[in-house]
Write a protein of this length. Structure first.
Length: 750
């Protein structure tokens, strides 16, 4: 007997998937589900999500595997698919929900239960922290997971959730007496042992030796692993240099990309300035520098290095020259004119960092550090001593050479944590603070603790957890990480989408979008023009029937669309959930070679209306990126402002420059330009995070100029932002309700 499929049958209906079993992983937090799939060829991806425990506030941990990833990692042997599950609660019956997505856009769901064994945390306190302030349902925080670069037990580093529950531990056997450096990067933990760097996969715990650097004289890798320009930054002790060297290495194979030898850099600067470097730069094994972390700043192509003994020092990535120094002027370094000439003056009411850790770049290009307050241990004079620790954020005016402290959190100067620790920003003004060694350095009969604290954008303490510690072993340095919807393979920090809403009429008042594809590979793109469907979002006077035209850099029309269903690749729109809601709206799927392109949205009638132009990147893993995106349109008042939305990757941070132009458009023959544009940036919650009227008034204007993006008119706007993954909106208005043609631009710095 034969069966005939109904006309509306889809791949989800036609594909049978059965969960045939699960196998416990090497830790209770890992498991493998075994699936039988009748046709793996139509499978696009599989997502798992773990139900939070009752009372949890943490967002569900979830991972999405593309079918290509499962094949490439050897998890797929048709009809069998092995699905790695990570982030399970230990000693618990976990409910795991699966979503199967198919090539035609259809999907279906199922659920299963995975019961896990208990976990022995070897007295580190991760299983039962003291919850000084537990997280509650009323709290709001941008991150939900914490990568703790600990050295407690034989299973560090670990991942905790914001409820304080342990959700992942390293599978790399560790010597509890050996302090290892680590970080979370590219869906894996990178962990050091002696001269070696290992990669430990998040999803299945598999371990790979990335590289062994003993052949170049490395004895030990210490303190931090941080994110560099193109790779990761590791900190070696060698036969010649002690805690004063940084290597940037390829995260895939460990090859050395760049070397920053702080002893050589500082020695050269002191000689050039007429000072004797032997009075400051001492031979190994003297701990004269004590490098404990670094941060790459893409806006000015520099490396900010923390020398606990001395200062924060900024190095030009290419030339290795010193750009600036920020530190306590009562320490020894300030006695040398050759170093003092690089010093930033601290503004009135601000304090310099002392004995600091975890340098970082904030969303608005500020410098964030964890100030331990500890003076120098080896340099003399040792400088000021403070008996409390506090995170500090500085705004740097590099023209005036002034550092202004714009935020701190000293907790009434009650926390003495002299060594280790960290403070990192996630979304704007959301912080994770790690007091690694509370009461450290005090009498031996006083207990020491590690404390983790989460702060939201309003400055409210969302959680505050305490753990026993010996030295800095329990929570040396902790990072906020996002495991709410991890993708395999991951999508890196890059602009993936752009949308701009504006008034569309005739002539210069059309909505004009531009974008540049840089790299070597063609890029698959979806381009859309919407009008009627905007009314469902409360927009009035919408464009009734938008028309989309695409031009290459030569001005040649290469694609056009009136109604999206007429596009020959409209099935791709549907499969990716990008089919417009209204048949009169326009969309086209195009594979475009690297180059510059223009999208023009007009109306099929002469009646003006509000329209929306959108760009979507369907191939974020290709060897090409969207380098810059811009939209030109009419800027009015109320609903008729120019509204640009852009999305940054799935993980990590991207550095962007956002500009709003008006007067300079006149030089390109545009009439009726916006005379004085103002740009304001909003995050996904609708909170305004940055604004600029005149670009030279922004403290980071020098970074705009360095990247060749200075607006021609001082009345135009520009902002440099270091943004985490997420959706953002830029609204361009006219000062004093001015109107005219304006241009909104988003440039991603690579």
């Amino acid at each position: 007997m034969g069966f005939t499929h109904l006309a509306d049958a889809n791949q989800a209906d036609d594909t049978t998937i059965i969960i045939t079993g699960n196998t416990a992983g090497v830790t209770p937090f890992l498991s493998r589900l075994t699936l039988q799939v009748s046709n793996t060829a139509v499978l696009k991806s599989i997502q798992f999500a773990i139900d939070p425990k009752p009372g949890s506030v943490t967002r569900p941990l979830s991972g999405t595997y593309s079918n290509q990833y499962l094949v490439g990692r050897g998890f797929e042997h048709p009809p069998q698919v092995i699905l790695p599950i990570y982030g399970l609660y230990a000693g618990y019956a976990n409910t795991v929900r699966l979503t199967y997505s198919f090539m035609d856009g259809s999907s279906k769901q199922t659920a299963t239960s995975i019961t896990t064994a208990t976990f022995d945390d070897q007295g580190c306190g991760y299983n039962n922290p003291t919850r000084i302030i537990p997280r509650t349902n009323s709290s709001r925080l941008s991150y939900d997971y914490i990568f703790d670069r600990s050295a407690c037990g034989t299973f560090s580093p670990v991942i905790l959730d914001s409820d304080g529950a342990l959700r992942w531990v390293s599978t790399l056997p560790a010597n509890s007496a050996l302090f290892a450096a680590s970080t979370f990067f590219d869906n894996a933990a990178y962990v050091t042992q002696n001269s070696q760097v290992f990669r430990v996969e998040l999803n299945d715990g598999s371990i790979r030796l990335l590289a062994d650097y003993s052949n170049i004289g490395v004895l030990h890798l210490h303190h931090n692993i941080d994110t560099g320009k193109t790779g990761i930054l590791i900190e070696p002790d060698t036969t010649s240099y002690f805690e004063s060297e940084i290597l940037e290495v390829d995260s895939s194979n460990g090859a050395v990309i760049n070397t920053f030898n702080m002893a050589q850099i500082i020695r050269a600067a002191m000689i050039a300035g007429g000072d004797d470097p032997s009075q400051f730069v001492f031979p190994t094994p003297t701990d004269w520098f004590h490098n404990n972390g670094a941060a790459y700043n893409r806006a000015d192509d520099s490396l900010i290095v923390s020398s606990r003994e001395n200062f924060l020092i900024c190095i030009d990535y290419k030339t290795k020259g010193i750009k600036w120094i920020l530190g306590d002027p009562t320490k020894k370094w300030y006695q040398f004119p050759s170093l003092r000439k690089f010093a930033l003056t601290v503004a009135n009411g601000s304090l310099p960092p002392i004995g600091q850790h975890s340098p970082g770049v904030t969303f608005d290009q500020g410098v964030l550090v964890f100030d331990n307050g500890q003076n120098s241990q080896f340099q003399d004079p040792p400088g000021e001593q403070r008996d409390y620790a506090s995170p500090r954020k500085y705004s740097l005016d590099l023209v005036a050479k002034v550092a202004t402290e714009v935020w701190n959190f000293p907790l009434n100067q009650t926390i003495h944590s002299p060594f280790c620790g960290s403070c990192y920003e996630d979304a704007p003004y959301n912080y994770l603070i790690d007091y690694a060694f509370v009461n450290g350095g005090g009498p031996p009969n006083i207990p020491t603790f590690a404390r983790l604290m989460g702060l939201d954008a309003a400055g409210e303490m969302i959680f505050y957890y305490q753990y026993p510690t010996r030295g800095c072993n329990t929570a040396y340095n902790s990072l906020p990480v996002h495991l709410e919807n991890t993708k395999f393979p991951r999508v890196g920090p890059q602009a993936l989408e752009l949308s701009t809403r504006g008034l569309v009429s005739s002539g210069d008042n059309a909505l004009i979008g531009g974008f540049v594809i840089s790299g070597t590979d063609p890029k698959s793109m979806v381009l859309r023009a919407l009008g009627p469907s905007l009314s469902s979002f409360g927009v009035s006077n919408v464009l009734a029937d938008p028309v989309l035209n695409v031009y290459n850099s030569a001005g040649t029309l290469i694609a056009t669309n009136d109604n999206w269903q007429s596009d020959p690749n409209h099935f791709i729109l549907e499969a990716n959930g990008l089919a417009p809601d209204n048949v009169l709206e326009s969309a086209t799927v195009q594979t475009l070679a690297p180059g510059a392109y223009t999208v023009i949205v007009t109306g099929n009638t002469s009646t003006p209306g509000i329209g929306l132009v959108e760009l979507y990147d369907l191939s974020p893993l290709s060897n090409s990126t969207l380098g810059n995106m811009s939209t030109r349109g009419s800027v009015g008042t109320l609903d008729n402002v120019l509204i640009t939305g852009f999305t940054i990757g799935d993980v990590a941070n991207a550095t962007v420059i956002v500009r709003a132009l008006g007067p300079s458009l006149a030089s390109h023959g545009v009439s009726g330009v916006l005379s004085d544009p103002i740009v304001t940036i909003y995050d996904s919650t609708g909170a305004a995070i940055a604004s600029n009227d005149n670009w030279l008034d922004n403290v980071n204007w020098i970074d705009v100029r360095q990247n060749g993006l200075s607006p021609l008119s001082p009345l135009e706007s520009a902002l440099v932002l270091h943004l985490p993954a997420g959706a953002y909106t830029a609204i361009v208005r006219g000062a004093n309700d001015g109107t005219g043609i304006g241009l909104a631009e988003v440039y991603t710095l690579h």
